[in-house]
Design a protein around this ligand. Structure first.
Ligand SMILES: [Zn+2]
Length: 241
């Protein structure tokens, strides 16, 4: 009996480390290419920041699903359809979204925070793509384009490099710096994630637009956002780094 007990304990100790789901499984992402542990942490932190913003928008003050569950639901990620996050060698700093669920990163910035904001910007594109897949409703770039037509006071990037209502300059809190509505939306997605904008009339206008439209966009992206029966405590930083 004693031996059997010891054997069972050893078996459990052996199996336990292998049975815990990885962060890749928990968040439904698939790393492809040569990632350093530091770069992977940037990705997890960016996803964590976006998830917390989703909780704030959807469930505050009673989040009823984990950050990872909400993230996967809103981004249309399933076990069979993970978000592919690829790293490719290049001398170029930046990233592209190659299709709905596939982001390719090149080099990151020397600054950790800027690198994380670059990932949040790309997640903004994926978020929009998922709306496009799930609804006939207007996607964010179309709504923003209409806003520019109907409201001439709504801020819009022109050159040279300036704040335009964002919390920082180009390649800091504006990761694309291009003038298209798709790129402006992805940068406003950064502002919304951190709720940080320039303290100016332009910043207030952008913040109000995102606060008004993001619940509509989230609904469009996830028309069947499941209701919850269990209440979880708000996980401020679920990533163990
Ligand atoms: Zn972009």
């Amino acid at each position: 009996m004693g031996r059997l007990f010891q054997f069972c304990i050893l078996l459990i100790l052996f199996i336990l480390p292998f049975s815990r789901p990885s962060l890749e499984e928990i968040y439904g992402i698939n790393f492809v290419g040569n990632w350093t542990e530091t770069e992977k942490r940037y990705v997890y932190q960016a996803i964590s920041h976006v998830s917390i913003a989703l909780q704030r928008q959807v469930n505050y003050p009673y989040p009823c699903k984990t950050n990872a569950e909400l993230f996967k639901e809103v981004f249309g990620i399933t076990k069979d359809n993970p978000l592919i996050i690829e790293k490719r060698y290049s001398t170029y700093t930046g990233a592209i979204v190659v299709n709905y669920y596939h982001i390719v990163f090149y080099n990151f910035f020397p600054s950790k925070d800027r690198s994380i904001r670059l990932i949040v910007h790309e997640l903004g594109h994926v978020f929009e793509h998922n709306i496009f897949l799930n609804t006939e409703e207007k996607i964010p770039r179309e709504v923003l384009k209409e806003t520019w037509i109907t409201d001439k006071t709504f801020p819009r990037r022109t050159f040279p490099n300036n704040y335009y209502g964002y919390y920082g300059l180009c390649y800091d809190w504006q990761m694309s710096c291009h003038k298209t509505p798709a790129e402006e939306f992805a940068d406003m997605f950064i502002g919304w994630t951190y709720d940080k904008w320039e303290t100016s009339p332009q910043g207030i206008i952008r913040k109000q637009w995102m606060d008004t439209n993001m619940p509509i966009f989230i609904n469009a992206s996830t028309p069947k956002l499941s209701q919850c029966s269990i209440l979880y405590p708000l996980l401020i930083n679920p990533i163990p780094y």
